[in-house]
Design a protein around this ligand. Structure first.
Ligand code: EPZ
Length: 450
């Protein structure tokens, strides 16, 4: 097991470039299935989740070439399987995008459910309801299902295949629908996953689909732009109403993923926490309004500029941040994926901050680790009350999930003394070359392979 050893107290200085967005790359890789032709995807981040989703594609029979770590050439025409196994699905939650992609292209999909994850239950009822509205017969089984429900779902099983008792326990979904038709969908919540998965099922359906209360995240727009580049007719991505007119013929394309706004926000917070001066290149400032505004509210200096070829953000801080309150909300609100690193910064703020996590029911596990470093954070349901302390102290801590790991990195970079961060496999899922990028900014960080 690898771990990071970080000695804190060194202000980050210098320039780094952001990688492609994980949460755009994962669905776009799945969306290549819908085109039925070779696609070249560029600006991919070199992270575990991308490796895992490409492995799932290859397991289905697609061929994947990697001319470089940021490019994948995917040929979905060799797909000969419409089932994502438990072993594959459990690699990452975004495996559920294969439900909409396989259903949309082949009229059938059987996906084992990865189940809950550290930050919450992560159900996919909105995805399933949307696909049913498009005419698919979708039967889902989870740990609470009755034997009758399991039998009912197994009626859709492909002839000759079977479902292990383990998969029956952990859950699976089978969707069948050769002739999908358009429909009008109203999402209970602007779910990113449901918006994207329903788009996948709708792009080749007969007629028009309207998704109301759609998610507006930059990665939703990026997925829509990819599908449009493949010949799909999609209007309104980035707003809360997306209109899709199904087209039977989609074609391959070459497409570059947008920069990762969560990676960018994480480095902005780290620059502020270490009282540094960092320039982050290859960003889209419009995607960073909420985090920039919050950092400026804390007294951090955030300026944007462009070199003529690309935009950059410069983040500077000279003293402890002022406390501020955070409410996580769907985009363009404050991103839940930045709540955890932001909590680390606010743990040393002057004053008390109230953080409300509205998206996930269990996204405060990093606070226990921060308290072990000397922070003073009290939890009350979906609320964390952070009483700012003078400083944190290095110790042995654990990354409990991807963005909790980011919070540990921010905390260790500013703490007095040396920290050991364990379970960094979680961090590898979403941050490309993290230690290299931080060392380039002057951080004292070492990755140790045990
Ligand atoms: C995506 O997850 C991201 N993952 C998450 O990033 C991100 O935190 C989240 O969107 C919110 O921005 C990827 O893009 C791969 P949701 P997703 O559907 O699509 C509930 C990271 O760190 N819900 O917008 O699963 C759900 O439980 C990861 O990169 C239902 O109830 O998020 C949650 O409370 C973590 N039923 C809320 O909606 C559903 O059918 C928002 O979830 C779907 C969602």
């Amino acid at each position: 097991m690898a771990y990071y050893r970080i000695t804190g107290g060194k202000p980050l200085h210098g320039t780094i470039s952001v990688s492609g967005a994980k949460n755009a790359a994962l669905p776009i890789i799945c969306a290549t299935v819908l085109t039925g032709e070779k696609c070249r995807i560029e600006n991919l981040p070199d992270i575990e989740d991308v490796h895992s989703i490409l492995m799932i594609l290859e397991d289905l029979g697609a061929t994947v070439e990697r001319p470089s770590t940021d490019v994948a050439i995917i040929d979905p025409t060799t797909i000969n399987k419409l089932r994502v196994s438990m072993a594959m699905a459990s690699k990452l939650r975004a495996s559920y995008y294969m439900l909409g992609a396989l259903l949309g292209r082949y009229g059938y999909a059987h996906i084992a459910l990865p189940g809950g994850c550290p930050i919450g239950e992560r159900p996919i009822n909105f995805h399933i309801n949307g696909m049913r509205l498009l005419g698919a017969d979708v039967r889902d089984v989870d740990s609470e299902s009755t034997p009758q429900q399991v039998q009912y779902a197994l009626e859709l099983l492909e002839p000759g295949s079977e479902v292990s008792s383990e998969e029956q326990r952990s859950g699976f979904v089978i969707a069948s629908g050769k002739e999908l038709h358009g429909g009008e969908i109203f999402l209970d919540m602007p779910s990113v996953g449901a918006t994207i998965n329903i788009m996948f099922a709708a792009v080749r359906a007969e007629g028009r689909t309207i998704i109301n209360n759609a998610a507006r995240e930059p990665h939703v727009v990026d997925v829509a732009n990819f599908l449009s580049a493949c010949g799909a007719t999609i209007r309104g991505a980035g707003t809360d109403v997306i209109r899709i007119t199904g087209t039977k013929k989609l074609h391959g394309c070459t497409y570059a993923i947008i920069p990762d706004q969560i990676e960018t926000g994480t480095y902005m917070i780290a620059a502020a926490a270490t009282k540094g001066d960092v320039i982050i290149k290859n960003v889209i400032p419009a995607h960073l309004e909420a985090i920039s505004a919050k950092l400026m509210e804390c007294g951090v200096e955030v300026t944007e500029g462009d070199t003529g070829r690309e935009f950059f953000l410069r983040v500077r801080a000279k003293e402890r941040p002022r406390a501020c309150n955070i409410r996580t909300l769907p985009y363009p609100g404050f991103a839940t994926d930045l709540q955890q690193p932001m909590t680390a910064l606010l743990s040393v703020a002057i004053g008390s901050s109230v953080i409300v996590e509205n998206l996930f029911e269990n996204r405060f596990m990093h606070t226990r680790q921060l308290n072990r470093m000397g922070a003073n954070i009290r939890l009350d349901g979906r609320m964390a009350i952070v009483s700012g302390v003078e400083k944190l102290y290095g110790t042995e801590i654990e990354a409990t999930d991807l963005r909790a790991g980011a919070a540990m990195i921010v905390a260790a970079l500013m703490a007095d003394g040396t920290s050991i961060i364990r379970s960094i496999i979680h961090i590898d899922r979403g941050y490309e070359k993290l230690d290299e990028k931080l060392r380039a900014l002057g951080a004292d960080i070492e990755r140790v392979e045990e």
